[in-house]
Design a protein around this ligand. Structure first.
Ligand SMILES: *Cc1c(COP(=O)(O)O)cnc(C)c1O
Length: 381
């Protein structure tokens, strides 16, 4: 299936809505039946029917099919946020007494769930660096049920060997899940390398316009069917039809937005690599990255996210650098049209050097972004 077939055609049944090119927002909570027999049949096999929008909604279903196809899985569930999708995978795969192996710097709320919430339900986690296979092997316990990956993660851009981890997990009957948001369903396909579940925050590149919060879990039909009643309908973190429609609209231009954002990042990284005021630039698909060989093996390109460590210990200088940027907004999130920074000095964690700044390159002209950084570097001496 080619990319434009997935994004332009797959899952759309135009003859069902007046051959409108763009599908309608099916803004309804419930669906009516003509007979008791139909009603009874639908309510007992809700997954195959339109009964209630906490289950199936036609606008949401189009997006489910497209995201599943992007990741090469049978099916997908779309949630009201990326974190709801992450929580759903944990709730689906884990029971009291189980153990998780998770990479050490996952998305902050993943860390929160595994360290603060799930231990209350007798589910424990071992956090490992994840760059060496031996770390996975050593962390496996008799009650390990899930290996949770994020490759690359979105602050340090560390990678895990997806094929090797999947193989190891399979041998021990352990599920694997990955937060694949970085690659946006285009630059890396973990399911094809053996990972069971692929998770996305659709808030970032998939929706791409900084106006929707949504998430997705991709997996095989059996698992998605199992998740549908228990964690999807049961916890109810479902997207609104309107948000699903905005997500669909955003996804139409995913490849060209991603291409622009990625090439902007590459140009910025190339321009500032070796700059005397910059200690280090971290971009997982640059030859300077210590895991570049692995990146080339399992990814096709890096995206618009990267980090710079400014050559200073002086927080006032770092703040002046950040405050003076005009084209990089200071805000959380990424994947939209606008370039962004998150400096570590807002206290995102303990193990960051003072000069650490996470960058996201949006869709602006590369030379404008480069000039903005160039100008702000005057505050670093
Ligand atoms: C933002 C983000 C999430 C969480 O997604 P929400 O849609 O904000 O709930 C998960 N993983 C990564 C890598 C993210 O950047």
């Amino acid at each position: 299936m080619d990319l434009s077939y997935i994004l332009n055609i797959l899952g759309e049944e135009r003859d069902q809505y007046f051959n409108a090119v763009t599908p309608p927002i099916m803004q309804t909570s419930n669906f009516a039946f003509k007979t008791v027999a139909d009603f009874r049949d639908a309510i007992n096999t809700e997954q195959q029917h339109h009964v209630y929008t906490r289950g199936n909604n036609p606008t949401v279903e189009i997006v489910r099919k497209k995201i599943a196809a992007l990741e090469g899985t049978d099916d997908c569930l779309v949630f009201s946020s990326g974190v709801a999708a992450i929580a759903a995978i944990l709730l689906h795969t884990l029971r009291s007494g189980d153990h998780v192996i998770c990479v050490k710097s996952p998305y902050s709320w993943t860390q929160y769930l595994l360290t603060e919430v799930f231990p209350e339900y007798n589910i424990t986690t071992t956090f490992i660096d994840g760059r060496e296979m031996s770390q996975f092997e050593q962390a496996i316990q008799s009650n390990t049920k899930l290996i949770y990956l994020e490759s690359p993660n979105t602050f340090w851009f560390e990678l895990q060997d997806l094929e090797a981890v999947s193989k190891l997990a399979r041998k021990h009957h352990i599920f694997t899940a990955i937060d694949n948001s970085y690659a946006a369903g285009i630059y890396q396909h973990p399911h094809k390398l053996g990972v069971d579940f692929v998770i996305h925050t659709a808030t970032k590149y998939l929706a791409g316009h900084s106006d929707v919060v949504a998430g997705a879990v991709c997996g095989n039909s059996e698992h998605i069917a199992g998740m549908f009643r228990r964690v999807f309908m049961g916890f109810g973190a479902v997207p609104s039809p309107h948000d699903a429609w905005l997500l669909l609209r955003g996804m139409r231009t995913l490849p060209i937005r991603l291409e622009k954002s990625a090439s902007n990042a590459e140009m910025i990284v190339e321009h500032f690599m070796g700059h005397p005021k910059i200690e280090r630039i971290i971009h997982p698909f640059h030859p300077s990255h210590p895991q570049f060989a692995l990146a080339q093996k399992q990814m096709t390109r890096g995206c618009g996210l990267f980090a710079m460590i400014l050559k200073t210990e002086n927080k006032t200088q770092v703040e002046a650098f950040c405050n003076s940027l005009e084209r990089f907004l200071m805000a959380v999130s990424w994947g939209g049209y606008e370039s962004l920074i998150v400096p570590a000095c807002i206290k995102i964690g303990d193990d960051y050097p003072a000069g650490f700044v996470r960058f996201y390159a949006g869709l602006e002209e590369a030379n404008v972004l480069i000039a903005d950084i160039e100008k702000a570097l005057q505050y670093i001496d």
